[in-house]
Design a protein around this ligand. Sequence first.
Ligand code: NDP
Length: 474
Amino acid sequence: ATARIAVTGLAVMGSNLARNLARHGHRVAVHNRSSSRTKLLIEQHGHEGDFVAAETMEDLVASLQKPRQIIIMVKAGGPTDAVIDELTPLLDEGDMVIDGGNAHYADTRRREAALRDLGLHFVGAGISGGEEGALNGPSIMPGGSKESYVHLGPVLESIAAVVDGTPCCVHVGPDGAGHFVKMVHNGIEYADMQLIAEAYDLLLRAGGKTPAEIADVFREWNEGDLESYLIEITADVLSHVDADSGKSLVEVIADEAEQKGTGRWTVQEALELGVPVTGIAEAVFARSLSGRVDQRKAVRDAFGASEVAKTVTDGLVDDVRQALYASKVVAYAQGFDQMRAASKEYGWDLDLGAMATIWRGGCIIRARFLDRIREAYDGSPELASLLVDDYFREAVQNAEAAWRRVVVGAVQAGVPVPGFVSALAYYDGLRSERLPAALIQGLRDFFGAHTYRRTDREGSFHTLWSGDRSQVEA
Ligand code: NDP
């Protein structure tokens, strides 16, 4: 019994994580339901570190130091439950089961409670960065008990990405907090990618630029405030030429975006919590719209394909950059609001500055920008919105005129920019002295006697709409 930690589930994520652990000097026990994957890992990468191959789950458990630490990296959902069920009878009090898959946080809460009853620690750990991150340093978002992190933290921090000397791994909070934060990370990733795609579309269709020219624009943007992994790889994808057709690859990729579900989960949970995450929702819906191929064709046939009026102006590129930045601030502000709301709802006590810190490296939304978010929440943990932090307030104020020009121009030209438009509407909504919600309350009171509150005195009121229309206190 000498291995420090174990990984079960050796598809791409699990084997890369195991290699990362081994490369960092941890003796790692490895196991997979079908042992061929275990053999393959040892054959191909056994020389990279100290692996202990286990044929069965019993062997795996027997090979571990106590308290045992076992990372599960299998398909999320039923398979994770199956592995937990197989594993738990073999464990002893105080052992730790870590689920590194993309679990729904509600499943993680359920599993954590069940294992806690058995005296075991269950740690739902969000892991971001895809297969490359798993191998070379992911962003890790572990939930679960503080006690489990005392044992697990040093190992996880040793394999996480590192930015400015700080590992991109921190104890997020109890039970499902880690997987919730990972879910919101993915939701923000959806919004970020949608905004990038809208910027590209504007420069392409309204700006008349080629994908290769737009790649150069993104490369330049990556030198400034927008610097991020997604902007960087956008330039790479846009400049890639397809060998078969000789065209830009992006021109021959079918324009139907797919999704695995974490964006949808983020929006579903935001609806439950009552947090407006309009940027993420628009991004999820834009992907759904792109996939409705028959409907798109029917509407195109009925109306004719939209003709985009070229609105090329000297300032278009810089206006789009500013609109992208301001919209991105809104998307992140909304995502962080959602984490705060969940933290209150579930008593997680999330440190939002720390969440920005661990997203600076390893994960898909890693960006210079996150340093600013960290500073904002470190400086004022109770910040009403990211928008009111001095740095972001000034950035949005500076971008506002360009942002409006881009939205107006896109609407007039007929280029759909749901992300830019909804971000601006969110900003204008929050800034309005009076919202038409007053009318909505009036209507609700009219048809359903739902009552309303007044601006000038306390209490709830109802107007006798079908009577003499006098007001009564409810
Ligand atoms: P997959 O999601 O493709 O899962 C394959 C693995 O699950 C195999 O090891 C397979 O074993 C095992 N498995 C499936 N069903 C069962 C079962 N009933 N009992 C035991 N084992 C089972 O692998 P990935 O490596 O892509 O992902 C692993 C996890 O990491 C998933 O939860 C995924 O969502 C998450 N993740 C993935 C990322 C990515 O970029 N791919 C990024 C971040 C997280 P066998 O070989 O025997 O079939």
